[in-house]
Design a protein around this ligand. Structure first.
Ligand code: ADP
Length: 679
């Protein structure tokens, strides 16, 4: 790998790291930051005094980059070089270079706040500005002061906001690794096309027919449109007259692809063959695909956005930022001069695109992160004053505090409770952690573990939600015990229990059109969650034998406690629901839910939901019927909630917001929090 740009700077990097506790390294995507820095520090002997950790915002990158580094060093993955992602740890006693997701490192800091096992921590891909990386940046700032003599922190970024990061770390040195990008010619469309998919297809085929060799990288927004485009491209390529063009290979690339499919983009094409790589924004900076000469940029990205005012998530296809557009274009010029076809006019780029992407911390629910910070027991922890590179809004911090209070993770003074501490140790969102703890009390932990694991699977495991309708019809419906009237959680539980009764048979999954890989993942996750529960909670009873009906009831009750901030009540005269949170909203049961109206055409009076999503209208996804008697105490608690007191546990003083700077939605009820000395 001697020809990677970063390798020529090895001496300079070593010297700077030797002399400084924190160094920021800027180098364009593909310059070798992820794969080479760890090896340089290993050569320099930093692995003698501890492990070199490299964080990645994405699981895929942690796996793929560690595999590459193991290969380069000629060792077996999981030995000297390993990786750890949520629910999968491939490291051993011998591991000296460890790739891990930023979330895993954050979790490790709970049990070992000094992170003593590491001599170097590289926060890689900081430009992605993932929520966890942003929190780690703040924690590292504290940690380097405490471990000044034996910890090195490196922060890498592909874009040029490095100065901001350097400033954040008291003007630490900033090294820039000049890339050798070739010029990329940019072409804009005259208008936004009506379908970016069709337009990508046409552009790609034009390139294939007219342009000399070189791979084509096409940026789509998600698995769905990638699959559609891949199949259309396959048809088109097949219909070309034999010998009229060079051969073609069409490869999808997105985060939920099995690892063996992902690595296919790293093998070079055979001679006289063009590759079409149809990717999400994963190919912008996370994974470097070599050999690309042509880029087609739809100008869109799929982004999850949380609105703290409504508690609602939306998964929107939104316009990319200028930084993202330039990263995408840059992918075309790594091996020789390239071309980038932007499927939007230059006016859109100049006037409509934001300069930089909004960091995740400003568009996520912060309940989990605030719980972490509270449980770290940092002296003088004051969430508002916590050193964020870009602070989240007061509104989101408050939303997080209220959620945590309602599920008993913090008390009315804002201090973390013992339940909150246990919750923080579980690698789950706070509401699911809380459900597990409550389920343990009611003797239905085993069932709750199953539901938590099923909900953690990245794919949807309810049958009948498969997109492949043809296939669906071929199989008999899965016969489940009575109880489906309770909704999605109970059905998820029943599916897993049926599989269990069938000895975890792979053929059984196939018969019922359930994803084998997804189900195997659930089994593994369930096992791990069960082990963690046994380690951290008292009187854990995983194998209780309750009657089925009884366990369903207890589980639903535990869910109502865990999801206390996600309850809804049916409207009296129709089947719409009103959420019972801080800002009531009208919502509906998502059409994909197995919860259906009863014989009188009515839904249950009360439900909990796993998620509120805004698509064409606000929907509750994964819904479970609960009972009024469980809801009442929660409503009483909600009534008594005093945000002023809640903010006391390190949040400073709360003050009424004044007209003028208030977002419309919040005019009446909004409050802002200010630190005491700012009054
Ligand atoms: P950066 O972090 O600066 O974006 P990387 O270290 O990820 O750069 O990539 C450097 C080179 O290593 C690139 O040419 C890339 O294609 C290659 N590479 C990275 N991961 C793999 C992998 N899993 N298999 C093969 N090549 C890889």
């Amino acid at each position: 790998m001697a020809n990677l740009p970063i390798v020529q700077f090895e001496k300079k990097i070593e010297e700077t790291v030797d002399q400084n506790p924190v160094v920021v390294i800027i180098g364009e995507t593909g310059s070798g930051k992820s794969t080479q820095l760890s090896q340089m520090l290993h050569r320099k002997g930093y692995t003698n005094s501890g492990i070199v950790a490299v964080t990645q915002p994405r699981r895929v990158a942690a796996v793929s980059v560690s595999r590459r580094v193991a290969q380069e060093l000629g060792v077996r993955l999981g030995e000297e070089v390993g990786y750890a992602i949520r629910f999968e740890d491939r490291t051993s006693e011998r591991t000296r270079i460890k790739y891990l997701t930023d979330g895993v490192l954050l979790r490790e800091s709970l049990s070992n706040p000094e992170l003593n096992q590491y001599s170097v921590i590289i926060l890689d891909e900081a430009h992605e500005r993932s929520l966890n990386t942003d929190i780690l940046l703040g924690l590292m700032k504290r940690l380097v002061k405490r471990r000044a003599s034996n910890l090195k922190v490196l922060i890498t970024s592909a874009t040029l906001d490095g100065e901001k990061v350097s400033k954040f770390f008291s003007d630490c040195p900033l090294l820039t690794v000049p890339g050798k990008l070739f010029p990329v010619e940019i072409f804009y469309s005259k208008e936004r096309p009506t379908s970016y998919l069709e337009s990508s297809l046409k552009t790609a085929m034009d390139i294939h027919v007219r342009e000399p060799e070189g791979d084509i990288l096409i940026f789509m927004t998600g698995q769905d449109d990638i699959e559609k485009l891949v199949s259309k491209l396959e048809d088109k390529v097949r219909s070309l007259e034999e010998g009229s063009c060079m051969d073609a290979i069409i490869l999808p690339l997105h985060g939920s692809l099995p690892p063996e499919m992902q690595v296919r983009v790293f093998s070079p094409p055979p001679p006289n063959c063009r590759r079409f790589i149809v990717a999400t924004n994963i190919a912008e900076t996370s994974l470097t695909v070599d050999g690309v000469v042509y880029v087609i940029d739809s100008g869109y990205v799929k982004q999850r956005q949380y609105n703290p005012a409504t508690g609602m998530y939306s998964l929107d296809v939104v316009q990319i930022s200028k930084v993202q557009a330039n990263q995408r274009a840059g992918r075309a010029g790594r091996t020789r001069p390239g071309k980038c076809y932007r499927l939007y006019p230059s006016r859109v780029y100049n006037d409509d695109f934001l300069d930089v992407t909004v960091p995740e911390i400003q568009r996520s629910s912060l309940a989990g992160s605030v719980l972490y910070l509270k449980s770290l027991d940092l002296p003088d922890i004051d969430i508002l004053k916590f050193d964020f590179l870009d602070p989240p809004s007061t509104e989101s911090l408050e939303d997080a505090l209220k959620q945590l209070y309602l599920i008993d993770a913090i008390d009315e003074n804002g201090s973390i409770t013992s339940i909150g501490r246990t919750m923080a140790e579980l690698p789950l969102e706070p509401s699911l952690s809380r459900t597990l703890i409550e389920a343990n009390e009611y003797g239905c932990l085993s069932q709750a573990l199953t539901v938590a694991a099923m909900l953690s699977a990245e794919t949807n495991l309810l049958p009948g939600r498969s997109k492949n309708n043809e296939k669906k019809r071929k199989y008999p419906p899965l016969e489940l015990p009575d109880g489906s009237g309770f909704g999605d959680h109970i059905q998820l539980l029943q599916i897993y229990e049926c599989w269990d009764e069938n000895d975890y048979d792979i053929g059984w999954c196939k018969d019922y059109d359930l994803q084998v890989r997804g189900m195997m993942f659930v089994k593994e996750v369930r096992k791990q969650l069960s082990q963690i529960m046994q380690k951290i909670a008292k009187d854990v009873q995983v194998n209780q034998s309750q009657k089925r009906r009884q366990s369903y009831r207890n589980l639903r009750k535990a869910l109502s406690i865990g999801f206390a901030s996600q309850l809804a009540e049916r409207m009296r005269h129709h089947n719409g629901f009103r959420t019972l949170g801080f800002k009531p909203q009208l919502v509906q049961v998502h059409p994909s839910s197995v919860l259906k109206p009863d014989d009188d055409g009515l839904y249950p009076n009360y439900v909990v939901y796993h998620e509120l999503i805004a698509t064409s209208r606000p929907y509750m996804r994964n819904v479970c019927a609960v009972e009024r008697q469980w809801v009442i105490p929660i409503l009483e608690k909600l009534d008594k909630l005093d945000v002023r007191k809640l903010s006391g546990g390190g949040l400073g003083h709360v003050e009424e917001i004044t007209e003028g700077n208030t977002p419309d939605l919040l005019k009446k009820e909004a409050v802002i929090v200010t630190a005491p000395e700012e009054q």
